[in-house]
Design a protein around this ligand. Structure first.
Ligand code: DER
Length: 217
């Protein structure tokens, strides 16, 4: 909360952590009559924020944002992240890229020595999605990953469709040896829109623990 200036437009990520933040913002400002304007990274965030009385505007209506606050699925010692467990990685990355400060809130269970235990989400276009999936599998074997499992999120009951009308592939890698090499390889595949690796983006990580205290790194 202390990183938010209620008089300036800020960015709101997506997920259960951000949902708590939205409720706190409502409590601290909106419920006391202060108007709050934010840019959102998903329909889920937009719906909750609007329901709690906030104005949500389009990213293109603002110049650079001062602050964007989001959650993450994993954080490594260099503050690189896996994101996209909630399915909003593309919009989250676009909004975070237009912010002076990208701040991430996690609990200590998400701090890891190497990224990859959490399946890496990538957003791919729906056209030719099986072909894109094979290209991803070929890349992973070339990079030395033995029989990596790559799944369409939501399949087989019904493939998950993102707010931007794309699919998500979850890559079960266990450990990502070289995050930059992985990012470069995946983003170079035609059909891949964005990768849930957020490298060198987070300015601060706020880590909460089960005692209710938190530290900022
Ligand atoms: O999908 C996402 O990128 C979310 O922000 C995710 O990284 C954090 O979600 P959570 O707060 O529900 O754990």
């Amino acid at each position: 909360m202390e990183f938010i200036n209620p008089n300036k437009v800020f960015g709101l990520g997506t997920g259960s952590t951000v949902n708590y933040l939205i409720k706190e913002i409502h409590e601290a400002y909106v419920s006391k009559g202060q108007s709050i304007t934010a840019v959102s990274t998903s329909e889920e965030t937009t719906n909750l924020a609007r329901r709690l009385g906030m104005n949500i505007i389009d990213l293109d209506q603002v110049d650079e944002l001062d602050v964007v606050i989001d959650g993450a699925d994993e954080v490594d010692p260099k503050n690189n992240l896996i994101k996209g467990g909630g399915g909003a990685l593309l919009m989250e990355k676009i909004v975070a890229s237009h912010s002076k400060q990208f701040i991430v809130i996690v609990d200590d269970s998400k701090i890891v020595s190497k990224l990859g235990k959490f399946p890496l989400p990538i957003e791919i276009v729906r056209f030719g999605s099986e072909k894109t999936k094979s290209s991803v599998e070929k890349l992973l074997s070339r990079l030395g990953y033995q029989k990596p499992k790559v799944y369409f999120r939501g399949a087989p009951s019904g493939k998950y469709v993102t707010d931007q009308q794309n699919y998500i592939l979850d890559l079960h890698l266990n450990e990502i040896e070289d995050v930059r090499q992985m990012y470069q390889g995946l983003i170079g595949i035609v059909g891949v829109v964005e990768v849930g690796l957020f490298i060198d983006m987070a300015a601060k990580i706020i880590i909460g623990d089960t005692n209710g205290s938190c530290k900022v790194i």
